[in-house]
Write a protein that binds this ligand. Structure first.
Ligand SMILES: NC(=O)c1ccc[n+]([C@@H]2O[C@H](COP(=O)([O-])OP(=O)(O)OC[C@H]3O[C@@H](n4cnc5c(N)ncnc54)[C@H](O)[C@@H]3O)[C@@H](O)[C@H]2O)c1
Length: 252
């Protein structure tokens, strides 16, 4: 898939699925303006993109700060003249494997603040920029936890369901203005977040595999493929959708 000359913002791309997407969108010819909290990891990713002949700008961005998000979007517009696409990936697992009544209140607020309020800030500023060029495409990172539920993950599950709702309401608000807004709901993919989960519950990977009709975990490229398709004109009639990319995880 080619996305030559298109401009994308990816907040939260210093590791995992966001980093994979930054590398892949750049390899497809897009100008990638990406954010994250870790400056050294961001600079390393930018160097990898440059070494592969791609175009990117890294800027420090904490999605819980609306001013950081606004500044990241401003950088895309000032450097490349417009914003065509956005992929909102930043997220944290929060407390996991903690039953509801024991769920830590500070963890709840932190998880909602990053995963849900951060998503709201990203969409708000991206949409404002896209309105100026008469359209665009946004892909929001939900999860199978945003369509189903996992035990012991109140903050994560609620925030990922909330992202499905934000996606739907914004898609309705801007369908006529040619801004398509979709979400993806990945199943289990081996990234740093998953490695962390395995440190908390050593047999997590085996448990996940047992619950995976396709017989394996997903790869980062498979998730990025879905995001690229939803961002591209090939998905021109798709908006307000949440696409499961999960090897049928949700069906069992
Ligand atoms: N790995 C999976 O199996 C899986 C499945 C479904 C959904 N997801 C979602 O994919 C996204 C990426 O997760 P991942 O698996 O690549 O893990 P990851 O931990 O490698 O990526 C999360 C990214 O979000 C960034 N981030 C966290 N808080 C931030 C903040 N306040 N501001 C800016 N950036 C921030 C982190 O720095 C990191 O780069 C998350 O939203 C996660 O919920 C992952």
């Amino acid at each position: 898939m080619r996305l030559d000359g298109k401009v994308i913002v990816i907040p939260g791309a210093t590791s995992g699925l966001g980093k994979n997407a930054a590398l892949r969108f750049a390899a497809a010819g897009a100008h990638v303006v990406f954010g994250g909290r870790r400056e050294s990891a961001g600079n390393e990713t930018a160097a990898e993109i440059a070494a592969a002949g791609g175009s990117s700008v890294f800027q420090r961005c904490d999605v819980t700060k609306s001013s950081d998000v606004a500044a990241l979007v401003d950088t895309a517009v000032s450097r490349f003249g417009r914003l065509d696409m956005a992929y909102n990936v930043a997220g944290v697992p929060g407390d996991a494997f903690v039953k509801f009544a024991e769920y830590d209140e500070a963890q709840w607020l932190d998880t909602i603040s990053i995963n849900l309020t951060g998503m709201f800030y990203c969409m708000k500023y991206e949409i404002a920029a896209m309105l100026k060029n008469g359209g665009g495409a946004i892909v929001n990172m939900s999860s199978v936890a945003g369509l189903g539920a996992t035990p012991g993950g109140a903050g994560y599950v609620a925030s990922k369901h909330g992202i499905v709702g934000l996606t739907r309401t914004a898609a309705l608000d801007y369908a006529a203005e040619k801004i398509r807004i979709n979400a993806i709901a990945p199943g289990v993919v081996k990234t740093e977040m998953m490695e962390w989960g395995i440190t908390q519950t050593p047999d997590l990977e085996a448990q996940m595999l047992a619950h995976q009709p396709i017989g394996r975990l997903g790869t980062m490229d498979e998730i990025t493929n879905a995001a690229m398709w939803l961002c591209s004109d090939a998905a021109s009639f798709v908006t307000g959708a949440t696409l499961s990319v999960d090897g049928a995880y949700l069906l069992v």
